[in-house]
Design a binder for this molecule. Structure first.
Ligand SMILES: NC(=O)c1ccc[n+]([C@@H]2O[C@H](COP(=O)([O-])OP(=O)(O)OC[C@H]3O[C@@H](n4cnc5c(N)ncnc54)[C@H](OP(=O)(O)O)[C@@H]3O)[C@@H](O)[C@H]2O)c1
Length: 273
């Protein structure tokens, strides 16, 4: 069964607390998890440990979970590389992926993400080599879907054209000032790609305190954070939250329990522009 993620728990910057926070997130009800084989910012093995413990305890089945990880170029890593830097990029993808499976105690991932193209503009031969290697993992059914992160519309268009296995996910930092990445989201919608938004709160602090959002939070007896997450879901996005607070975890998931009207959606869409 293919799960379409609705609200993902992100595990960046949690270091030694990764395992216990993933356990807390599982207990709060999260079933969709994001990591990367990039020890500089993520502790992938910590996430794997918590997931394995939950499966062994009979709390969840692997099939109920959506596990997503990433391939990160060397320039995004520190010295703790999950591959041989002297190997070809295709080999690096193979090695990084094999190490991810080991960290995550699984024999497949639900989504495998290219953490970001090699440069800010365009798609380079390096990206093409990496994508082809990712497609091989997809062909073997060990990477169920593929995706790309930190892309501009121009890069997404180029990658989409090149790809034999089309990206199913885009994961981007989502700024309200760009109408919540509207250009990229429009392309995603047209091409059956699910947009995952991160830093929805941290990149949009001014939105959280704006009068319009505060008023909506009062109306729905919730926090400004949940208004942003609800907006994201209703507009077709899969939001990520990286909270370390169990009450925030529950409150964030509860944002699925109310609906903004069409007029309110427009208000939120234009806040920050
Ligand atoms: N692809 C990429 O390059 C990339 C880059 C960055 C992040 N990501 C992914 O996205 C995930 C989320 O990152 P993020 O930047 O959105 O979040 P984040 O940096 O983990 O932070 C959310 C912040 O908002 C605070 N917060 C306050 N109230 C909250 C509430 N009700 N719900 C949630 N947070 C609340 C949190 O504090 P409390 O802990 O006190 O709640 C925390 O400080 C990461 O863990 C990672 O998986 C991907």
């Amino acid at each position: 069964m293919n799960i379409i993620p609705k609200f993902m728990y992100g595990t960046a910057w949690k270091e030694g607390r990764t395992s216990s926070l993933v356990t807390t997130a599982l207990n709060a009800g999260f079933r969709e998890f994001d990591t990367a084989n990039q020890r500089k910012h993520y502790f992938e093995a910590g996430m794997g440990e918590a997931i394995q413990a939950a499966i062994v305890a009979g709390q969840v089945y692997r099939e109920e979970l959506f596990i997503q990880t990433k391939f990160t170029y060397q320039r995004g890593q520190d010295h703790r590389l999950p591959y041989d830097p002297a190997a070809s990029l295709s080999k690096q993808v193979e090695q990084s992926f094999a190490s991810s499976l080991e960290h995550l105690h699984t024999d497949y991932v639900d989504a495998y993400i290219l953490h970001g193209p090699v440069a800010q503009r365009d798609i380079y031969p390096e990206d093409k080599e990496v994508w082809r290697a990712m497609e091989l993992l997809h062909d073997q059914k060990i990477a169920r879907t593929l995706g790309v992160s930190n892309v501009s519309l121009q890069q997404l268009e180029l990658l989409f054209e090149f790809a034999k296995v089309k990206p199913k996910f885009v994961q981007n930092r989502c700024y309200a000032v760009t109408r919540w990445d509207s250009d990229v989201r429009r392309f995603c919608k047209k091409n059956d790609i699910i947009y995952q938004g991160f830093s929805l709160l941290t990149a949009n602090q001014q939105v959280l305190t704006s009068g319009a959002i505060v008023k909506l939070a009062e109306k729905y007896k919730t926090g400004a954070e949940q208004i942003v997450f609800r907006f994201a879901q209703q507009i077709g996005m899969c939001p990520l939250t990286g909270t370390s607070n169990s009450e925030h975890m529950k409150a964030d998931l509860a944002s699925a329990q109310f609906s903004l009207t069409a007029a309110e959606m427009t208000v939120v869409e234009n806040t920050g522009v």
